[in-house]
Write a protein that binds this ligand. Structure first.
Ligand code: FE
Length: 232
């Protein structure tokens, strides 16, 4: 079966001068790695067998890339603003997310973990890259890297420091390992100086890294400084 990206379907039979357009195709092929070629070949087979259409694949990919940490931030901001919601979230994260219209049913078991002044959770997938993509979008590159996946377990404080986060002295670090069946959302500590803030205002303080447990939420001062940097 031929795909658009078969590695050189006509090895050494072509004349580059006679087919200038071929050079471009060949160059693209050679820029794809083994897994990219394999994915394209698999997509072709699924299409040939009538199991998936190109449109279905496009929509699935669009769905994947429509997710971002802004979704998880809504969950965190609500839990800061509404203690009863937080209790429900810690009890049954999927049901609580559904209250906000966030359907996490494709995650077998979603668990929310609350960071406190005594306990700090951080998330890793030691095996591969399991991540609550529905709530946080695609994982950052470092999350999938071997150094993070190994060091998070062997030396969590060091792994956090590598990412620029100094965990508070004396705090108990708890590393949780994501799997295909179980994904974690960390509820960062609510920043000081936010008493009486609306949920809308709190939303801006939630960061992706704080929901992985490799950072804290922004303080109001850090948020203001960030806004000035953007404006300036
Ligand atoms: Fe994984």
């Amino acid at each position: 079966m031929a795909t658009n990206f078969d590695p050189d379907p006509h090895p050494h039979q072509h004349d580059h001068d006679a087919h200038p357009e071929y050079d471009t195709v060949e160059r693209v092929e050679h820029e794809l790695d083994y897994f990219q070629v394999r994915v394209l070949a698999l997509a072709d087979i699924l299409k040939e067998k009538g199991l998936l259409t190109t449109d279905e694949m496009r929509r699935a990919v669009e769905n994947i890339y429509s997710k971002s940490p802004a979704i998880g931030s809504r969950v965190v901001a609500r839990s800061w603003a509404d203690p009863a919601f937080k209790d429900r979230l810690l009890e049954d994260a999927s049901a609580a997310c559904l209250e906000l219209g966030i359907d996490t049913s494709s995650i077998n078991h979603l668990v929310a973990l609350e960071n406190t002044d005594e306990i700090h959770y951080m998330v890793v997938c030691t095996l591969c890259s399991c991540y609550p993509r529905l709530l946080l979008g695609q994982p950052p590159t470092w999350y999938k890297s071997f150094p993070y996946r190994s060091k998070a377990v062997a030396d969590p404080r060091g792994a956090l420091a590598d990412l620029g986060y100094e965990a508070p002295e004396g705090i108990e670090l708890r590393v949780v390992d994501s799997t295909a069946d179980c994904r974690y959302l960390v509820l960062p500590r609510r920043p000081a100086g936010t008493d009486g803030w609306s949920e809308e205002k709190l939303l801006a303080l939630v960061t992706r890294d704080s929901m992985i447990g490799v950072g804290d939420a922004l303080s109001p001062e850090e948020y203001e400084a960030g806004q000035e940097a953007v404006a300036g």
